[in-house]
Structure formats: C-alpha cells, structure tokens
Design a protein around this ligand. Structure first.
Ligand SMILES: Cc1ncc(COP(=O)(O)O)c(C=O)c1O
Length: 399
C-alpha cells in the first residue's frame, strides 16, 4: 500500500476551533494571558487522520444529502472484524449500541444504573471527566487510589475489597488502558478487579477508548473477553476517536452482552430522545467504519512513531533533570511524569511549566489529589513540536 502519511508534518490548527490550540481556551484553562502556550495537553493528536477516513468522508460529503441516517450494519461488521483481528475478541452484533462520545454515555450510565447519593468507584489519578460526571449527577466519588510499587502503578486490591463492601457502591469505572498513568492492565489484574466487583454486585463500566494505542511489550485484554460472567456483569465502551484522531466527530460504541442491561440502556436512550439502538453522528459512523476497515497500516506506523516520541521524552527529561521520573508508557499517548523529586511545590512546578517554559500540559491534581506534583504530557505531535516543548521544560527547570 502506498504510504500517504507523514507524522513529522506540522499542521496549522489555528482558527479551526481546536480546543487544544485555541488561545481563548488556553487563557481560561491555564491562566496564561497571552494564550500562546505550546499545547501538549488535551488528548487529541496533531496528525492528519488516515487517508481511508478522509476519503470515506469526502465520498459521503459529495453525496450532498445528509438527512436522518440509520446505523449501517456495515458499521457493526467493521467493529467486529477489528476486534477480532486486533484483540482476538468475538463481539456479537446484537451487543452493540452506538453512542455519542464516551463522556456523554458515562453520564447516561451513571443516571440509569445508580441513584442520587449512591457511590461510584474510580481509581485515581484518573481521567477527570469521570469525577465531573459523578458529581454533576449527584452521586458520590469513592476513590480506590492506585499505588506505586516498584516504580509502576498498581491497583490496590485490599482497599478495593474493603470499599466495595459498602452497598451504596453501584458502579466501578475501569479505565483500561489507564489515563493518565499509561498502564495496560494485565489479565491477572483485571481478573482480580472484576472478581472483587462482581462478588459485591458492583457493575463494571470498562472504558476501553485507548485499547488500540498499545506500546511494545504490552497486550490489551478486553475486560468482557475474560469470562462469560464478566461479560454479563459489565458494560464496555470503545471508540475509534483517540486511535484515528476523529474525536470531534462524537462517535463511540457500547458493548453490552447482557440482554437485560442492554435493554435497560436502550429504554433509557429512548427517554433521552435517542434511538433504541443509540446514536452517534452520520460522519462519526462513516469515519469509524472506514478507519477500522482501511487504516490498520497507518495505525501500526503511528504506534512506532509515538513510542519513539515517548523514548525521546523519557531520555531527555530523566537525564537532564535528574530525579524526575517518567513512568513507562504501556498504552495511550499520554505520559505521566513525577516532578516531586525536584523538591518544588506543585504550584511552583505548574508555574515553571506554564510561565517559564510556556508549555500547556494537564496538571496532575486535575486527576485526583494524589496526582499533585505530577504532569501529563500528550506526545501525539510531530517530533519537532515535542522537542521544542522538552527543550523549554528542561531549560526552565535548569535555571
Ligand atoms: C479514558 C477516556 N475516556 C473517554 C475520553 C473521551 O471520550 P469522548 O471524546 O468519546 O467523549 C477520553 C479522552 O481523553 C479518555 O481518556
């Protein structure tokens, strides 16, 4: 196949409403008055989407009629075939509900499967919209903080076991692979996690949006593929949005093997004014289908490029800022860095990164209070941009 991508290409994203690059957003989010920080924060990539995706969208665009559109059975087929090829998991077509972004469906799931006052379990530090969804729906956050052992983040099963005994815990959100700590959970870890949740009648919501961004040496295990029992007591969500850089198209899929749970979700979708089989968007579905069917070579090269970016970041930050710890990247393109060994307060770390280095990254305490002193770098950008950011950060802390 002819190669038609160049991950080194710089693409000007200004005036496209890009949340990552928009000066107004940078001003508001980071308190940087000039709005000119170099953005390595929110999780999208500065690369063009694959040719197969652009071509399919252009073809659909050329049709010029964009009326109400039914989910195409070929969408499910593309998704099923992708999971079989990439993850050796057999998904049954009837398990799939299409959905808008995973953030909206996290809210729907919380609304449908818990009541105000119930607890929802999350493993902090973790993707912060989970906490927003829990709080904004009047539920309480139950934290099962991750722990660092042997330089690697691990689940704290003793703590989990104690906490989920509380009958108010209705749902546990599993972030797999984990944003921001970059872990790809092993089968043994997932089995232990699932066992504890199921023994305590806690529904598992497995957010697997990053499952196709897996680095060398790691293997993603789909939670529902572990056992029939796990499949029957969980809801999984996935999307092509992170993998193929199409997050603006708002499309994801829910996988619900349990007939009753799926039926309950379908009915709830109806009360929200969404079709029984769910909803996404016309172009979101076209792009997702095209990506799964035609962009595998692009993804394989992307993963190589991302891993080289990671190695570059790790080597430079750790060698040139002694003490600083860059956690190994097993999955995602989000790199978690421990700045605490530099001996500065988390406020000072933020100030140096934003004001002196002029770089925007996600600050660790956004992901939970145990994230203070850490920073999350989004490395899905051309190497020259990453180099600029790394040089600026090293120079700022070396002063
Ligand atoms: C774990 C996780 N879930 C969900 C999302 C966003 O999902 P969506 O854009 O489909 O709402 C992200 C984006 O970074 C994420 O990291």
């Amino acid at each position: 196949m002819k190669k038609d991508w160049d991950f080194d290409e710089i693409i000007d994203r200004s005036n496209t409403g890009s949340m990552k690059w928009e000066p107004d957003v940078l001003r508001e989010k980071f308190g940087n008055q000039r709005g000119n920080l170099l953005p390595l924060w929110v999780a999208d990539m500065d690369f063009k989407s694959p040719f197969a995706v652009r071509q399919a969208m252009e073809k659909r665009l050329a049709h010029q009629v964009y009326g109400y559109t039914m989910p195409d059975p070929a969408y499910n087929e593309a998704l099923i075939s992708w999971y079989k090829r990439r993850h050796q998991w057999n998904i049954n077509s009837k398990w799939i509900l299409t959905s808008p972004g995973i953030v909206p469906v996290t809210n729907y799931l919380i609304q449908r499967f818990s009541k105000p006052g119930d607890n929802i379990m999350i493993q902090t530090p973790v993707y912060y919209p989970f906490a927003h969804s829990i709080i904004s729906n009047g539920r309480s956050i139950l934290e099962n903080p991750l722990k660092i052992a042997d330089g690697r983040y691990q689940m704290d099963f003793d703590d989990l076991e104690k906490k989920v005994k509380d009958p108010r815990v209705k749902v546990a959100i599993l972030c797999s692979p984990h944003n921001p700590v970059g872990r790809v959970w092993t089968k043994e870890e997932l089995v232990q996690f699932g066992r504890i949740c199921l023994d305590n009648q806690v529904l598992v919501f497995a957010d697997e949006i990053h499952c196709d961004l897996i680095m060398p040496g790691s293997k993603h295990v789909c939670f529902q593929d572990i056992s029939q029992e796990f499949a029957q007591h969980s809801i999984a969500a996935n999307a092509a949005s992170k993998t193929f850089n199409i997050a603006g198209l708002q499309q994801s899929s829910l996988i619900i093997p349990n007939d009753q749970l799926r039926n309950e979700f379908s009915i709830y979708f109806e009360t929200l004014g969404v079709g029984r089989k769910g909803t996404g968007t016309l172009f979101g579905a076209v792009a997702t289908q095209a990506a799964y069917n035609g962009a595998e070579p692009w993804l394989d090269e992307l993963l190589v490029y991302l891993y080289q970016n990671f190695l570059y970041l790790k080597q430079n930050l750790e060698e040139r800022l002694p003490g600083l710890k860059v956690f190994d990247l097993e999955g995602t393109y989000l790199v978690w860095v421990d700045f605490r060994p530099l001996g500065l307060s988390s406020e000072k770390i933020i100030q140096v990164i934003e004001e002196d280095a002029g770089v925007a990254v996600d600050h660790g305490d956004w992901f939970g209070k145990n994230g203070a002193g850490f920073e999350r770098f989004n490395i899905a950008c051309p190497r020259s941009i990453l180099r600029k950011a790394v040089e600026a950060v090293v120079a700022a802390f070396s002063k």
